[in-house]
Design a protein around this ligand. Structure first.
Ligand code: HEC
Ligand code: HEC
Ligand code: HEC
Ligand code: HEC
Ligand code: HEC
Ligand code: HEC
Ligand code: HEC
Length: 411
């Protein structure tokens, strides 16, 4: 998605701002101490910390900032010296010693072993391996829920016939570039993958354009260049913006992706909801998620987000964390059972007419209904926890809805 220039605030209106004056006064001391930054330096948070503590204090702890771990700094493998997994005549081993990890696969007579350099994923980890000048996605991955290895999500349909196939899925140059492009920063230069100055994880500069120019401008005292103001995007723009990596509504529809696998594409799922209105900021990704902070996992924290639009029904009951947790898991089980049974397969609504096509005037006049059932923990019942088929991955379905018993996964 392109941001138009008209979204940029005028410099003069900013110069007049009291907020700006205060901020700059705080920064003067630090500016003197800082050296002129290079392309790589603008990706580290330290270059921004002197002036943007609210963002830099917690962003490095977010999963986005940790979406790629590199060798010698791989916290997932550090504490596990030996992991093994066997299937269909092959055995995979990941062994770690003195901060170095080796990935190997054997068929009993021959073995391929390579050092692990690139660990993708902050929780689950898949390795992108280098061999004979090519990149491969490891056929097995580490899953914290089982404290061990299993076949990589999405690769269950691969039945290796050779040791090479068991080693991993070979990535063509475009796949490798997009893989790194979504999980790390400063690694695509002039459209090509260039790992020399890679910054693992999503950096400030990955989301905010022109940060190097902004940094130079602030440090030189010229004070005219500011990154595009992302807070001016409406809900639909934000969804597309985050959707560059989380996959936008359009990407999912155009790629003809269906079934439970789409639950990981939050922009697509959210836009299917009756709640979604592209012009209403109360339902944008950033209404519920601060991209500079780790994900909030306390479900009741989100009640206020729903109640920004919906009202409380005085006759509904309040429920406890434990009750919400049980409700959430029983709905997950119902969806899994209904989706697995073949007679329900055709009951799934046909794909994706944008429900958001509802006229804004109609939305404004009809005040969103209240819940007859409960006054809290809205997420537990209306953003049903969903397991990706065959995988160890669970997602809260962003298709906000009344999940009816026996209804299969709608998409
Ligand atoms: C010397 C101080 C200084 C440094 C260093 C600095 N900034 Fe800024 N930045 C400012 C000021 C002042 C503003 C305008 C006031 C505001 O929005 O806080 C600003 C605004 C911003 C905005 C908001 C744009 C908007 O319109 O909402 C972003 C994003 C931003 N900076 C990112 C960064 C990043 C990323 C870095 C590090 C690469 C960085 N800044 C380094 C001073 C600085
Ligand atoms: C440059 C790619 C990229 C962009 C743009 C991006 N994300 Fe992410 N995001 C990721 C990746 C990769 C992960 C997975 C991190 C992991 O688990 O390894 C992630 C994970 C997350 C998580 C889960 C964090 C957790 O703790 O489980 C949230 C929430 C999230 N992103 C929200 C957003 C929002 C909101 C936006 C838009 C403002 C956004 N993301 C834009 C790449 C991106
Ligand atoms: C278009 C952007 C994009 C591309 C390309 C991409 N990822 Fe991701 N990846 C994400 C986002 C966003 C998440 C977080 C949400 C989720 O789990 O789906 C994620 C999550 C993950 C996770 C943690 C969850 C899981 O599936 O176990 C791993 C591991 C991962 N990606 C590995 C890879 C590898 C390896 C490649 C290349 C073969 C790759 N990704 C390509 C955006 C991307
Ligand atoms: C995943 C994308 C993403 C990353 C990474 C990211 N930001 Fe942001 N940032 C945003 C979005 C989106 C907004 C607008 C938020 C809103 O509207 O609430 C924003 C807003 C800001 C603002 C303006 C805040 C305000 O109150 O006006 C500043 C300053 C900023 N970011 C600095 C940073 C810095 C510094 C980093 C690195 C530590 C960083 N951002 C990393 C997406 C990101
Ligand atoms: C109405 C609130 C709300 C909105 C709007 C929202 N989310 Fe979420 N999101 C949640 C909740 C609740 C969770 C689950 C938190 C937990 O794990 O306990 C979540 C989890 C996530 C995760 C972690 C994986 C998962 O699906 O469980 C990602 C990634 C994410 N959201 C991205 C996005 C993106 C991108 C958007 C915009 C398209 C968005 N969210 C809009 C409430 C929201
Ligand atoms: C931007 C305002 C807004 C937000 C935020 C919002 N909703 Fe809605 N929601 C609506 C509108 C408008 C409708 C459609 C009219 C109606 O059903 O009242 C709707 C419909 C619903 C429905 C009925 C859907 C159906 O399939 O019949 C449920 C359930 C629901 N919302 C729950 C939630 C929950 C839970 C949250 C928080 C995670 C939430 N909403 C956040 C505006 C919103
Ligand atoms: C324990 C599960 C549960 C929780 C928690 C819950 N709901 Fe509901 N909600 C339901 C069920 C079930 C229905 C459908 C009721 C029916 O149609 O008989 C429903 C219906 C709704 C509707 C549609 C009402 C209509 O007239 O069609 C909205 C809107 C809604 N809920 C919003 C919320 C909000 C907001 C919260 C949090 C304050 C919430 N719900 C918490 C189970 C729950």
């Amino acid at each position: 998605m392109m941001l138009s220039n008209s979204m940029r605030p005028s410099t003069s209106s900013r110069r007049g701002g009291v907020r700006l004056a205060l901020r700059l006064a705080q920064c003067v001391v630090v500016m003197v101490a800082l050296v002129s930054p290079g392309r790589a330096a603008s990706h580290g948070v330290s270059a921004c910390a002197s002036c943007h503590r609210a963002q830099t204090d917690f962003q490095p702890q977010s999963q986005m900032a940790r979406a790629l771990e590199i060798a010698r700094n791989n916290s997932v493998l550090e504490s596990r010296d030996r992991l093994t997994f066997a299937q269909a005549g092959y055995t995979w081993t990941v062994s770690t010693r003195d901060g170095r990890s080796i990935y190997s696969v054997t068929d009993g007579s021959q073995t391929i072993s390579v050092p692990i350099v690139w660990g993708f994923g902050a929780g689950n980890q898949t390795w992108v391996l280098e061999r004979d000048g090519h990149f491969y996605e490891s056929l097995v991955s580490y899953y914290p829920t089982i404290h061990g290895l299993d076949i990589t999500t999405g690769d269950a349909t691969i039945h290796p016939h050779t040791l090479e196939q068991a080693f991993g899925r070979r990535l063509d140059p475009t796949d490798a570039r997009t893989c790194f492009g979504c999980h790390a920063s400063n690694d695509v230069v002039d459209g090509k993958l260039d790992l020399t100055a890679i910054h693992p994880g999503i950096s400030c500069a990955h989301c905010h354009g022109e940060t190097l120019q902004h940094l130079n401008s602030m440090l030189s005292g010229d004070l005219t260049v500011y990154p595009t103001d992302l807070s001016r995007m409406d809900a639909e723009d934000i969804s597309d913006f985050c959707g560059r990596c989380h996959r936008s509504f359009e990407t999912v529809v155009r790629s003809h992706w269906h079934g439970e696998a789409t639950v990981r594409f939050q922009p697509y799922r959210l836009e299917l909801s009756a709640c979604f209105n592209g012009a209403d900021s109360r339902i944008s990704c950033v209404a519920c998620h601060d991209p500079h902070k780790p994900l909030v996992t306390r479900l009741s924290w989100y009640d206020a987000k729903c109640l920004a639009c919906h009202t409380l029904n005085p006759h509904a009951r309040s429920i406890t964390d434990a009750q919400a947790d049980r409700a959430s898991h029983s709905i997950a089980a119902e969806i899994a059972a209904a989706s697995a049974s073949p007679q329900h397969a055709s009951a799934a609504p046909a794909a994706a007419e944008k429900v958001t096509a509802m006229a804004p005037a109609a939305l404004a006049s009809s005040r969103p209904r209240s819940c007859p059932v409960a006054t809290s923990h809205c997420i537990a019942c209306h953003m049903p926890l969903t397991q990706m088929l065959g995988g160890h991955l669970w997602f809260y379905d962003h298709y906000i809805r009344v999940a009816r018993p026996g209804q299969p996964y709608p998409d």
